[in-house]
Ligand binder design. Structure first.
Ligand code: GLC
Length: 596
């Protein structure tokens, strides 16, 4: 009997460990800006460990840490000197192990950023490769420059442009050749046509998996390959012009990136990484998540999910970032949601991203009045929800002057007036813990690495924790409801009842249904939801956004649902969608109709 009980326990535990990722709430931490524990003005690992209880209380399942590795920080950690070392300004390997074990105790999984496209130009591999050390010659994308016939000057091999502006090629005098860098000069692109590079990068995955991390977010994955010069007479071919008005040759948008993005070879590499991760299911009894970052069209995107024979990743769904703005109406938002669900291959896991460290913040991009609505949608739609630190309290973009600007994408504009259009610093300003000095982020007497946004005294976590009517409380309430069976497994129904009203229903037979209603207009509305036939009649409010006048606990009939302007309301049905009696009725009617 005891053995049977134990076996049952093991089965239940391992099922949870294998399924956790399918409905995970993943919280993205930008370590530099989360919490500074040692007063140097820069966030660090011990700061994160200190705040884990808060994340637990919020209901987060996993944290994804933006890069924590040794780096000269030209691109704030996305330029990695050593994939196996921790950046000293963030702490030590022991600090990381402590973070991991404290998180584990709280039931929070740790997901790391994996940056496979490029290293730092200070990495050992790059230095060896630049010196043509045997075995390392082809670790990077090297090629000769071209001689300008008129001036005799040596020029880059072709017209390719870095994401951060200007030529994507940099001359290395030790080697006497140019290397490719799709991002900053200090981020040389690895050469994925070299099997040794592929092997090295798999070993990096294994190193962190062995330490017990629960998966990876894969950076800039659609940049892994470039056109093979062997198919173009030994040259890397020029990319065609995009024809976009107002762009100049130094701008990334000037070209159509057909030879540097989304190459067919990319997908197999991702599937191979997936295989490495899958080895650990047996070793550690836990599914390891892989989420890939590629800003690309939907057809390319869904290929990351895998094929009939290969497992893949969860491609980040950036449609909430790119396809919805402050003037999108309920019809637009419905279309955006339905589009992902339509294209996503059957049986795969959806995901919803409301912000990250590269994008303007939700509150600034879509307006403060939509924060609750968008947070709620991401949390009640099927699949994985990803929250960037600060979106749960409605942080806005901070102001960062040209003098304080750190982001290479902004600095490379060389334009002290328009730099902000490219700058990612505003969404990376320190987290607002409370209204004390530096928003409780750091007790430094000097400057924090980026200035704290001015509104921290009014927008901060401590204040919102004490305020039942706050973005944070609403977020937390919705996260609670997210645990319902209907949100985990129920069918999805999205309806735009008008230009202003969006309704999302999650129904599962024999469980209470969940219904999210969003009013995008400033006017109150009286809704009749009777057209949602499968939704039980009686509804109870389980989360009420900051603009709502109806409070948590209120009950109403679906035929009469009042909703105030800019309000996001979450309901649970009192009573379940029950199928069994109807099945009996159906069989009865079927028999009658066939007997007559
Ligand atoms: C990704 C990261 C971004 C970084 C770039 C280069 O897009 O999110 O922050 O600058 O890759 O690594």
């Amino acid at each position: 009997m005891r053995v049977a009980f134990l076996l049952l326990f093991v089965v239940v535990v391992s099922a949870a460990d294998l399924e956790w990722w399918k409905t995970a709430l993943i919280y993205q931490i930008y370590p530099r800006s989360f919490k500074d524990s040692n007063g140097d003005g820069i966030g660090d690992l011990n700061g994160i460990t200190e705040k884990l209880p808060y994340l637990k209380e919020t209901g987060v399942d996993a944290i994804w840490l933006s890069p924590i590795y040794l780096s000269p920080m030209y691109d704030f950690g996305y330029d990695i000197t050593d994939y196996r070392e921790i950046a000293p300004e963030y702490g030590t390997m022991d600090d990381f192990k402590r973070l991991l074990s404290e998180a584990k105790k709280l039931g929070i999984r740790v997901v790391l950023d994996y940056v496979p496209n490029h290293t730092s130009n200070e990495s050992d591999w790059f230095i060896r490769s630049a010196n043509r050390e045997s075995g390392y010659e082809d670790y990077y994308v090297w090629t000769d420059g071209v001689n300008d016939t008129a001036t005799g000057e040596l020029k880059p091999p072709n017209n390719w442009v870095s994401q951060f502006r200007k030529s994507a090629w940099e001359f290395n005098s030790a080697r006497g050749q140019y290397y490719l860098h799709q991002f900053v000069i200090g981020q040389p692109d690895l050469n994925y046509r070299n099997d040794k590079v592929q092997q090295e990068m798999k070993d990096v995955l294994r190193f962190w998996l062995d330490l017990g991390v629960s998966g990876f977010r894969v950076d800039a994955v659609n940049r892994l390959y470039e056109a093979d010069p062997r198919n173009y007479g030994g040259r890397y071919p020029d990319e065609p012009l995009s024809g976009i008005n107002g762009t100049v040759p130094d701008d990334y948008e000037y070209l159509n990136h057909i030879y540097t993005q989304d190459l067919n070879e990319t997908y197999d590499v991702v599937y191979n990484w997936r295989d490495v991760l899958d080895e650990y299911i047996a070793i550690q009894g836990e599914y390891k998540i892989m989420m890939t970052e590629a800003y690309t069209d939907l057809n390319n995107m869904i290929r990351y999910y895998g094929t009939n024979t290969r497992n893949g990743s969860i491609p980040f769904n950036f449609s909430f970032l790119g396809d919805i703005n402050s003037s999108s109406n309920a019809w637009d938002i419905k279309v955006v949601i339905d589009k992902w669900m339509t294209y996503m291959p059957n049986g795969k896991t959806a995901n919803w991203v409301n912000g990250n460290h590269d994008q303007s913040r939700l509150a600034s991009r879509q307006g403060l009045e939509r924060v609750d609505a968008m947070n709620m949608l991401a949390l009640i739609l099927p699949g994985v929800a990803i929250t960037y630190q600060g979106e749960e309290i409605g942080m806005t973009d901070g102001y960062v002057s040209w003098e304080d600007t750190k982001d290479p994408q902004a600095c490379n504009t060389d334009d002290n007036i328009n730099y902000y259009k490219k700058s990612r610093d505003p969404s990376r300003t320190p987290y607002h813990w409370d209204s004390s000095n530096n928003a409780g982020f750091s007790d430094t007497t000097g400057k924090t690495w980026l200035p704290v946004a001015e509104n921290y005294r009014t927008v901060n976590l401590a204040k919102q924790m004490n305020d039942p009517k706050s973005h944070y409380q609403f977020y937390k309430d919705v996260v609670q409801v997210r645990r319902n069976a209907a949100v985990r497994e129920g069918d999805l129904d999205t309806r735009a009842l008008s230009e202003f009203v969006l309704v999302v229903t999650r129904l599962l037979p024999n469980y209470p249904g969940v219904l999210g209603v969003v009013n995008l207009s400033e006017k109150s509305q009286e809704l009749d939801l009777s057209s949602l036939q499968l939704l039980p009649d009686n509804l109870k409010v389980v989360a009420s956004g900051v603009s709502c006048t109806t409070e948590k606990g209120a009950t109403m009939k679906k035929s009469n649902v009042p909703i105030s302007g800019h309000c996001a309301l979450l309901f649970e049905s009192n009573g379940c969608l029950r199928l069994q009696p109807y099945i009996v009725l159906c069989i009865f009617l079927y028999l009658i109709s066939h007997l007559i």
